[in-house]
Design a protein around this ligand. Structure first.
Ligand code: SAM
Length: 252
């Protein structure tokens, strides 16, 4: 995991009071020049994005719940595997702890379907991106109200926070980083970049043990299709998609 404090570079049109808030909340270090290597968070009038230089190409990632894939998932996400795995059905909208929130894509699908989702993200880089995306979504007249009500972000290590506050939810959802070795598609490239940024989540086995203690209905783990189950603990139920599977540990 990148042990560096996130570096924040502001373009001239950035809201500087918001930049100050971000710096305090995520212990960021403000920089006056755009870094030419490594990662950097860039703030402009459109929000916060992660920038990096990879194989001499610039890359960027932003959390955007309002357009593109997220908007598509909002309209057509009802039948997505993640919602089936979590157990969303007519009349059943389980409360969810997403203990590995990342960019909040899965959490957004679940919240869109009516689940109350508490998201944990420990990387300050990723948590800042997610919070920024949530802020923009909350200001949107169409989805702002339910995003504010159903999506709560906690910037903390879920393993320690869940223990400390004795949290509970019907479903605990885990999607830890997994070491991808192939370089095939664009998505994999984004995964590789994320691996450099947040590491390989080597403590995911421990997270499963914790999740099994606090979930009241089920624990769902998203894994690449060929990966071994977390903690070597095979799940009684699985849901397979083309690229990954969900291991479902039912508790009732
Ligand atoms: C593969 S990403 C999750 C992607 C997410 N499901 C999505 O839809 O965007 C895994 C994320 O979990 C975070 N993470 C892993 N273990 C964690 C823990 N114990 N507490 C909080 N965050 C954790 C990592 O920092 C990383 O950002």
């Amino acid at each position: 995991m990148s042990a560096e404090a996130p570096r924040l570079y502001c373009l001239p049109d950035a809201d500087l009071s918001y930049a100050e808030l971000l710096q305090q909340r995520f212990a960021m270090q403000g920089v006056v020049d755009l870094p030419t290597s490594g990662f950097c968070l860039l703030l402009d009038s459109e929000g916060l994005s992660l920038r990096w230089c990879d194989e001499a190409k610039l890359g960027a990632v932003k959390v955007d719940f309002l357009s593109g894939k997220a908007a598509h998932r909002r309209h057509y996400g009802g039948a997505e595997a993640v919602s089936k795995a979590v157990g969303v059905k007519k009349g059943q909208r389980p409360s969810v702890i997403d203990a590995t929130a990342g960019l909040g894509r899965d959490a957004f699908v679940l919240a869109n379907l009516g689940c109350q989702v508490t998201m944990f993200e420990r990387s300050p880089w990723v948590a800042a991106l997610l919070e920024d995306g949530l802020n923009r979504a909350k200001a949107d007249p169409e989805i702002g109200e339910w995003v504010a009500q159903r999506m709560k972000l906690v910037h903390a290590n879920s393993i320690s926070d869940i223990q400390q506050h004795q949290l509970q939810a019907e479903v605990v959802y885990l999607d830890p980083m997994y070491p991808h070795r192939k370089k095939s598609a664009q998505v994999k490239k984004e995964m590789r970049i994320f691996q450099q940024l947040v590491g390989a989540d080597a403590d995911a086995d421990k997270l499963l043990q914790q999740a099994l203690q606090i979930a009241t209905r089920r624990v769902v783990v998203k894994r690449p299709s060929s990966a071994a189950p977390l903690a070597g603990k095979a799940a009684a139920n699985q849901l397979n998609t083309k690229t990954h599977r969900f291991d479902i540990y039912s508790l009732i």
